[in-house]
Design a protein around this ligand. Structure first.
Ligand SMILES: [Zn+2]
Length: 117
């Protein structure tokens, strides 16, 4: 399965504009598996660290982690709040729901530092 296909599967039912979100392997912050971006144009993007192989057990949790950030961004925007990428309670709530909806243990997708596996 390709990265985009996997992303589209996980993005379903999130309310995000899945078709317009760019998902790729690319540069990420130090010690981060991935990064989720919301640009001022409204465009969203996810980049994953290239060392996370598509067929590894890390890929779904990593994507769900970043998708949860995008869901949180959208949630904050719709409520007129300042968008941030914190691993706060709001993000955790979205992340846990998304993980469980996709048969991933929240402890793998919803941790706030580099996964140890
Ligand atoms: Zn994060």
């Amino acid at each position: 399965m390709e990265l985009i296909t996997l992303f589209m599967t996980l993005c379903l039912n999130t309310g995000l504009p899945c078709d317009d979100i760019k998902v790729s392997y690319g540069s990420t912050p130090k010690n981060a598996e991935g990064v989720a971006e919301l640009y001022s144009s409204g465009r969203m993007e996810i980049r994953l660290r290239p060392s996370i192989k598509l067929k590894s057990s890390q890929i779904k949790p990593a994507l769900l982690h970043e998708i949860s950030h995008l869901v949180t961004f959208q949630d904050l925007l719709l409520k007129g709040k300042t968008v941030n990428g914190d691993h706060n309670k709001r993000w955790l709530t979205h992340c846990k729901k998304l993980a469980l909806d996709n048969d991933v243990a929240p402890r793998f997708a919803c941790r706030n530092e580099k996964p140890a596996f």
